[in-house]
Design a protein around this ligand. Structure first.
Ligand code: TRP
Length: 329
């Protein structure tokens, strides 16, 4: 059995892109592996969130993952800041991370460009903290999207370096967890690219039916096909991609045929799509609301997760201290 670890950014609500791109796969993954899911609230401090928002964001993310089906009895789900061992190992690992290599990562260079007024040390050593998240649980698989590949590469570098410096075979070298083609890339409804929070085109699991309807009805289309069986332009393909994940195959076939015969009415297609998204998200939304207001359950879940995560983390940390040469009197 593999140890799989995934870090979740604590910056607000999940959209359909998150769900079909990752979260849905976590649900099956947790049954086949020893899974750790944690909410990266320390990482979120690089952008200096307001104290009033910090906890609430963590709570929302926790509620949403639980509502989607992450099972705290099967997987270990915890909040990063509940595991102080991570902070100590971060201090130790920072000693073997070099400023030059950290400055050269694409995410750091990106941030320097985008937020020149806040290039803090935490931002620079973000990859070290992420490596520690992974290494402290001795995870060998990490499900990551394209944007996190370089961070995983840095993790391997730091793990190998530690093993080399001390002549040990201590940290496993983590690899990307492949979903074997089960990842569905969900497009936005603005006719371009993918669905994303920063793109401002997200349909959120937590959106109310009316909001979903409005967002779908506003989706970009064209003036309709003019030739039988003509290829679909991007914005129309996007509508069908969404339809394919939330509707029945019959429904998809029905509209595909209408399109092929040049009889499609985009208004009908959108109405159906909106309804099927609503049918899909409504039960999840109800569970989110339920869980989010159940402080007893959330407290119990976070506590249980932190205990399991800390037990494993402190074992790793004690061994690391010994390897480095710390001894108690
Ligand atoms: N950097 C990741 C992101 O932005 C979040 C993260 C933090 C993470 N620590 C991690 C992901 C450890 C995987 C493993 O999405």
């Amino acid at each position: 059995m593999e140890t799989v670890l995934s870090g979740i950014r604590s910056t607000g609500h999940l959209h359909l892109g998150n769900y079909f791109g990752a979260v849905r796969n976590f649900i099956s993954m947790q049954r086949e592996n020893n899974c750790y899911f944690f909410i990266a609230d320390w990482h979120s401090l690089t952008t200096h969130p307001h104290p009033d928002d910090l906890h609430n964001n963590v709570k929302i993310v926790l509620s949403e993952y639980l509502a989607c089906g992450i099972d705290p009895e099967i997987a270990t789900i915890y909040v990063q800041s509940d595991v102080p061992e991570i902070a100590e190992l971060y201090l130790l690992m920072n000693m073997n991370a070099y400023i030059g290599e950290l400055e050269r990562t694409t995410s750091f260079k990106d941030k320097v460009r985008k937020q020149p007024d806040n290039i803090n040390v935490g931002l620079l050593s973000y990859p070290v903290l992420m490596a520690v998240d992974i290494l402290i649980q001795k995870a060998n698989k990490v499900p990551v999207g394209k944007d996190q590949e370089q961070n995983l590469e840095m993790t391997r570098k730091f793990a190998k370096r530690f093993n080399n410096i001390y002549g040990v075979d201590f940290f496993p070298i983590p690899q990307a967890y492949g979903f074997k083609g089960k990842m569905v890339k969900i497009p936005g409804l603005d006719g371009s690219g993918k669905m994303g929070k920063s793109e401002g085109n997200g349909i959120f699991l937590y959106d109310e039916p009316k909001t979903i309807q409005k967002k779908v009805m506003r989706a970009v289309t064209d003036s309709g096909p003019t030739q039988m069986n003509q290829e679909m332009p991007e914005p129309i393909k996007n509508l069908f991609t969404l339809l394919s994940v939330v509707s029945t195959p019959d429904t998809v076939d029905y509209f595909q045929e209408k399109y092929n015969n040049c009889e499609i009415r985009y208004g009908d297609l959108k109405k159906q799509l909106a309804q099927d998204i609503i049918n899909f998200t409504s039960p999840i939304r109800e569970r989110i609301i339920d869980i989010n207001s159940n402080d007893v359950f959330l407290r119990k879940t976070a506590k249980m997760g932190a205990e399991k995560a800390r037990e494993n983390a402190s074992k790793t940390l004690q061994e690391v201290r010994k390897i480095i040469g710390f001894k108690s009197f």
